[in-house]
Design a binder for this molecule. Structure first.
Ligand SMILES: Nc1ncnc2c1ncn2[C@@H]1O[C@H](COP(=O)(O)OP(=O)(O)OP(=O)(O)O)[C@@H](O)[C@H]1O
Length: 282
């Protein structure tokens, strides 16, 4: 019998309760309305690809989910919490439950891959240095090694981060995120700035790791092949709202390409979002 890796944390989601429930979300920056009205429900365990032209608000939406950006209107319920109500330590505890992977991995260049992953445990605890005080260093190190193994980089554990390739660095960032034992994973273009093979491998890894544990994954990608292959569902933003919502298995790359022919991104007038095409629901 194999013991489940401690690197892949617990799944805490009630059956039938959406991990993300968004109702009437609106967001402007100054006079520019980026998201006019957005409703979205993401069930537990779903892998959702968020697509759309540049400037349609994909990153802003991910940021609002963890309250790195404030919604102007609407309700965001994530992992059972009303995000807009969270303050102080409650907000910290909530953020500790959400693993985030960015296009830029932000590793500490002079530290080893392993040390970078060990630092991921800080995101798991709230309060100053509580992680260091409450966890045995050997246990933390073992878990960090398990996380590196999970991303296929155990042999690079002692290598400095600044000597790793872009793809390897992104794997370390994923291992660091796993160290947090997240219940929900958000990934903002994790496959950007990588060559086609490395980008595909990163997406494969994220998809497999989250799927194996039944975690919910929401990722942004401009690679339609990745959206189709590594998601259950593809949601397209355009015109300040959801302009496309399809099961990945019912969608083709040509249909997605056609979606991008519609207006909606940074090409839209600045004051008012362009009306989206009629939504296409599977
Ligand atoms: N803090 C901010 N202040 C002002 N404008 C912002 C801010 N953050 C984002 N924007 C603007 O909001 C719009 C949506 O940005 P966002 O990064 O969410 O788009 P995106 O869909 O992720 O784009 P891309 O595909 O290019 O990454 C853009 O026009 C951007 O310039």
């Amino acid at each position: 019998m194999t013991t489940p890796s401690p690197a892949l944390g617990p799944m805490v989601t009630g059956a039938g309760v959406p991990v993300i429930a968004i109702d009437g979300l609106r967001k402007s920056f100054g006079p520019r309305t980026i998201i006019e009205r957005l409703d979205l429900s993401v069930p537990a365990g779903e892998s959702l690809a968020l697509i759309g032209a540049n400037g349609t608000g994909k990153s802003t939406l991910l940021r609002m989910i963890v309250r790195l950006a404030e919604a102007d209107q609407g309700r965001l319920s994530v992992l059972g919490e009303t995000v807009g109500d969270l303050r102080g330590s409650a907000l910290k505890r909530f953020r500790a439950r959400v693993g985030v992977v960015f296009q830029k991995h932000n590793l500490v260049a002079r530290l080893s891959a392993l040390s970078n992953v060990v630092h991921g445990v800080q995101a798991r605890r709230s309060g100053p240095r509580s992680w260091a005080q409450s966890l045995a260093p050997a246990a933390v190190r073992d878990e960090a090694m398990a996380c590196l193994e999970a991303v296929g980089l155990a042999d690079k554990a002692l290598q400095r981060a600044d000597s790793l390739s872009g793809g390897q660095s992104q794997r370390v960032a994923i291992a660091r995120m796993l160290m947090q034992r997240p219940e929900l994973v958000l990934a903002d273009e994790p496959d950007a700035s990588l060559d086609p093979r490395a980008g595909r491998e990163i997406m494969e890894l994220l998809f497999r790791l989250t799927r194996d544990k039944g975690l919910t994954l929401v990722f942004v990608s401009h690679h339609m092949a990745h959206a189709l292959r590594f998601s259950d569902r593809i949601v397209g933003l355009g015109g300040g709202t959801i302009a496309l919502d399809r099961r990945a298995g019912h969608c083709t790359e040509a249909e997605l390409a056609a979606f991008f022919e519609e207006p909606g991104g940074d090409t839209a007038p600045q004051e008012e979002p362009v009306r989206a095409p009629a939504p296409v629901f599977a």
